[in-house]
Design a binder for this molecule. Structure first.
Ligand SMILES: Nc1ncnc2c1ncn2[C@@H]1O[C@H](COP(=O)(O)OP(=O)(O)O)[C@@H](O)[C@H]1O
Ligand SMILES: [Mg+2]
Length: 241
């Protein structure tokens, strides 16, 4: 009987320890500037940026999103969702970041507590972008696995490495896994993996799915959405600690 009580007590103390250690981690979480970037369009930068914001909020991490893309995909998405649901609670703020002002704004952003997520434009010829890349701690690079995409992603990564010390993290996204049954596709992907591995960390892949496609900037991630992205996002979360 006494033994049972001690086991239960220990278990509760362990849970309390886990809870406190998480809280303490978050409490002391310093500022991190995290970019979603790739010069290639349509790879999932905006989709994954908003989804990662939801993921971090669910973990209790303070997040602000800056939409630096002239297309303003995330901002417009938020506006549309707020029109449909005007009273909705806002889980994270999103603001436009004019790259022309990046030089002055980045030092201010570095003083914020928590994670600053930036959805960057694909145009690497915008010289102002260097201020954003220089300030970044992590540069998350979504990519699909077609060969054209791999080549441009490698070129892009070299450019980032020249101007920034940010850690490069590749996120294979929008992947149709059934295609890997073909030997040639599987071989191409292995080659791509080997080439990228030399440049940075590669997360587990995010599959092509409606669950990921239909992202929300207001609704918390449900278990299907969480399941679709957590294997890619968990190691990134570890890098932020
Ligand atoms: N994992 C995924 N599954 C299905 N569709 C996806 C996935 N990731 C992105 N997409 C779709 O791909 C397109 C491009 O994504 P988007 O986030 O706009 O890319 P980017 O910001 O890099 O231009 C969009 O139509 C988006 O819905
Ligand atoms: Mg975009």
């Amino acid at each position: 009987m006494l033994n049972n009580i001690i086991v239960i007590l220990n278990f509760h103390l362990f849970l309390l320890y886990l809870h406190l250690s998480n809280t303490i981690n978050l409490f002391f979480m310093e500022n991190k500037i995290v970019l979603f970037a790739n010069m290639k369009g349509g790879v999932g930068k905006s989709t994954l940026c908003a989804t990662f914001a939801n993921y971090l909020v669910a973990k209790g991490v303070p997040v602000v999103v800056l939409d630096a893309d002239i297309q303003r995909s995330i901002l417009r998405h938020r506006e549309r969702e707020l029109e449909a649901e005007p009273g909705a609670q806002i889980p994270w703020q999103v603001q436009f970041l004019d790259t022309a002002k990046a030089k002055d704004i980045m030092p201010k952003l570095k003083k914020l507590q928590g994670v600053v997520l930036i959805d960057t434009p694909g145009n690497i010829y915008d010289a102002n972008l260097q201020h954003i890349f220089k300030a970044a701690d992590l540069c998350l690079v979504p990519l699909t696995y077609d060969s054209d995409n791999i080549d441009s992603t490698r070129v892009f990564s070299m450019v980032v490495k020249k101007v920034s010390d940010a850690k490069l993290v590749f996120i294979p996204n929008n992947i149709v896994t059934i295609q890997e049954k073909s030997a040639s596709v599987s071989e191409d992907r292995s080659k791509a993996y080997a080439a990228l591995k030399e440049l940075g960390y590669i997360t587990p892949k995010i599959k092509q799915s409606l669950t990921v496609k239909q992202y929300s900037t207001l609704q918390p991630l449900d278990r299907y959405k969480t399941n679709a992205v957590q294997y890619a996002f968990d190691p990134i979360m570890e890098m932020l600690k």
